[in-house]
Design a protein around this ligand. Structure first.
Ligand SMILES: Nc1ncnc2c1ncn2[C@@H]1O[C@H](COP(=O)(O)OP(=O)(O)OP(=O)(O)O)[C@@H](O)[C@H]1O
Ligand SMILES: [Mg+2]
Length: 469
């Protein structure tokens, strides 16, 4: 029988929770202060701790310092005022969950039932956690909206230019939702061949079409309990949009070649870098599907509207490279303001690529005057690509695609236009050739006076940066 410790000085809510816990067949004690909680932990180590975020003698999260990582995994933080920053902080420090009051008992039952001591396995708690950097008002608003919508079941439609971080936002929504222990499945609707997309999404039975030599579970089944991220949703063939709408409305679907209805419990986050209204007018997006997805539209701001974040992100990406390579390269004093003056059509992805390029080309100090994104781009337009005779066609194709993407600052639509292929074909090729390399995280120190504070923030780690300056 699990033993539960409730750490809360709000007598009424603590007693209500205790009654529920006892009715579930667990033993339970209440400690109104951290000090008493520690005594209780020593007397009878609890399987679960439900701690209020704020207590008279400290923060509920402070218990984590006493408990170590094993104990931390059994701590559920309860709050009156949910905040994205504090939720991320709690998860990062290993808390099992972050719940708003009054606590959803169905969620507690789920947690208690899962295992007595949870393993620290969530993506958000690992080093892979997606970090949404930035302290600008635009990013603060975005984070506030993420915090509000994440715990709900509402479908979210992310709208923003290419490279603004829509996928990162989608991951954050998932990880801050109660579905975070279940899969987050990104599906690039523009990248799957139209012939396969239906079977990819809904699955198929063995023998349902030529080549279907075994049963296949589609995305809806594989994402069960979790979040399905429908990226580039406007690229989905219109015929399929009807079927998607049906699943979203009824919660049920059938594998191709089967008459059996399957039920799905999946939250939808969709994204597009195109104007949905124009797509509706062109007949590429069904109005009814748009309404179904657009329950909570969330604009992701372009980088050029994020002010100082541009310099901060540049420092962050440079810090990652310095850490990965054991170097201490810096930005020149004028670089951040120069970067800020540039328009960044490829947004954060373009900035990251630019810093990577500048890092390789610079010895010690990166200077945007000599190496600016604008100058690099105009110089790049005269770039030629030398492909050795004897290369395979596939190799030449791969090189040309990557070079064109680099020239376009990572903006796939522009690269596809330049290459004279459809966006879909470009995605297919990129999937075939592998994706962009990932980098590690850590701090840096820039010596420039104006940017010293910013560099300090980056050096102190992402959580502080995340909170804003
Ligand atoms: N706020 C941010 N902080 C740190 N990295 C970011 C941020 N926003 C975006 N990135 C990085 O920029 C790159 C592009 O982000 P992402 O793939 O999420 O963009 P997107 O909007 O989905 O782009 P596309 O429309 O082309 O698919 C990724 O490497 C991502 O990690
Ligand atoms: Mg994306």
């Amino acid at each position: 029988m699990p033993h539960v410790l409730i750490v809360d000085d709000e007598v009424g809510s603590a007693a209500g929770l205790r009654d529920w816990v006892c009715a579930e067949g667990s033993s339970c004690v209440i400690a109104p202060r951290l000090r008493q909680a520690l005594v209780q932990c020593a007397l009878q180590p609890p399987d679960w701790i439900l701690a209020a975020e704020q207590l008279p003698d400290g923060a509920g999260l402070d218990l984590l310092d006493e408990l170590g990582s094993e104990g931390a995994a059994s701590l559920i933080l309860m709050t009156d005022r949910p905040s994205l920053e504090r939720a991320v902080d709690a998860f990062r420090r290993g808390a099992a969950d972050y719940l708003s009051k009054p606590v959803d008992t169905a969620r507690l039952r789920e947690l208690f039932g899962a295992r007595v001591v949870q393993v620290r396995s969530d993506a958000l708690r690992s080093d892979q956690a997606p970090q949404l950097f930035g302290a600008s008002p635009a990013m603060q608003t975005l984070r506030d909206h993420i915090a509000r919508v994440a715990p709900t079941e509402a479908s979210v439609l992310l709208l923003g230019e290419s490279g603004t971080g829509k996928e990162l936002v989608a991951q954050n929504i998932h990880l801050l939702s109660r579905r975070h222990r279940h899969p987050f499945l990104p599906v690039n609707c523009g990248a799957i061949s139209p012939h396969l997309i239906e079977s990819e999404i809904f699955g198929h039975e063995k023998g349902s079409f030529t080549g279907a030599d075994r049963q296949h579970k589609g995305y809806f089944e594989r994402a069960s309990g979790g979040t399905l991220f429908l990226d580039e949703v406007i690229e989905m063939p219109v015929e399929l949009q009807v079927k998607l709408l049906r699943v979203l409305e009824t919660g049920s679907f059938m594998r191709i070649g089967s008459n059996q209805e399957l039920h799905t419990d999946v939250r939808i986050v969709a994204a597009s870098n195109r104007d949905p209204e124009a797509a509706i007018a062109d007949g590429r997006l069904r109005l009814d599907l748009f309404h179904r997805l657009n329950v909570f539209p969330l604009p992701v701001p372009p980088l050029r509207e994020r002010g100082d974040d541009i310099g901060l992100l540049a420092l962050h990406f440079l810090a990652e490279l310095n850490a990965a390579h054991g170097t201490a390269k810096r930005l020149s004093a004028r670089t951040p303001s120069m970067l800020q003056a540039y328009q960044w059509p490829g947004n954060v992805r373009e900035l990251r690529n630019f810093i990577q390029r500048a890092y390789i080309l610079s010895d010690q100090t990166i200077d945007a005057q000599t190496l600016g994104p604008g100058t690099t781009q105009s110089a790049a337009t005269s770039l030629t690509l030398a492909v050795p005779v004897g290369s395979t066609l596939a190799d030449a194709d791969r090189r040309l695609i990557f070079a064109t993407l680099a020239l376009c600052g990572g903006v796939k639509k522009r690269a596809a236009d330049l290459l004279g292929i459809s966006l879909k074909t470009l995605y297919n090729r990129l999937e075939e050739y592998g994706s962009e390399p990932a980098a590690a995280h850590t701090g840096s120190a820039a010596e420039e006076r104006d940017w010293k504070n910013a560099a300090d923030i980056v050096a102190r780690g992402s959580q502080n940066f995340f909170r804003g300056t």
